[in-house]
Ligand binder design. Structure first.
Ligand code: FMN
Length: 185
């Protein structure tokens, strides 16, 4: 076994009690021993403006550095109107350009989603399409799609549902194996 795999997690929503951010927080405790995870908060990333690309805002610079420095990426997304929330797509758009310096190029990426009856699956599949264009190496299985997300959260705001925690743990194990398999760890 080589070095520890470093994972950068981001996503969730910007609201205080975000359930999909609770999934990211759960990942901190479920990460396998041969990996470590850091969560990046995208709340300070402003609306994308291509004119600012030559010298982007500090939050964008930090996001880009963290992605580039990580061996693998974990994204947690809610679903807004059957798709990826605007602020999340906005953050990804920032670091995807200039395309010659696309931060996600060649990165292993795992996605998890939570929502209503379909667990944010439509958003997750839109997000997968975005990462295909960005030449990321998407982990296909296990699919972590959490239906009726609200019911999986405890009174303290953490992921209380054992099955959901198990699936997040399985996703992390698979992401680490995938990262090593494609020679990034
Ligand atoms: C603008 C908006 C659009 C939404 N659209 C969907 C949707 O298409 N599908 C879905 O399952 N939930 C939808 N929801 C409900 C979210 O899944 C729910 O608010 C969820 O808790 C958001 O994630 P969060 O807890 O991380 O903030 C929507 C919520 C908002 C605010």
């Amino acid at each position: 076994m080589g070095n520890k795999i470093s994972i950068l997690g981001f996503g969730g929503s910007l609201r205080e009690g975000s359930y999909t951010r609770a999934m990211l927080n759960a990942a901190k405790y479920l990460v396998p021993q041969d990996a470590e995870i850091e969560i990046f908060d995208i709340k300070d990333i402003p609306v994308f403006n291509e004119d600012l690309l030559p010298d982007p805002p500090q939050a964008v610079k930090s996001f880009r550095e963290k992605i580039k420095g990580a061996d693998a990426i974990l994204v947690s997304t809610p679903e807004y109107n059957y798709s990826v929330p605007g602020y999340l797509k906005n953050a990804i758009d920032w670091v995807s350009r200039p395309y010659s310096d696309n931060a996600f190029d060649d990165k292993p990426v795992a996605i998890m989603s939570g929502g209503g009856m379909l667990g944010g699956s439509r958003a997750q599949y839109h997000l997968r399409q975005v990462f295909v264009f960005l030449n990321a190496h998407l982990l296909n299985k296990p699919e972590v799609i959490v239906p009726f997300m609200q019911q999986k959260i405890g009174e303290d705001g953490t992921v209380a549902d054992e099955h959901t925690r198990e699936k997040i743990g399985e996703l992390l194990v698979a992401l680490v194996a995938w990262t090593r398999r494609i020679g990034r760890g």
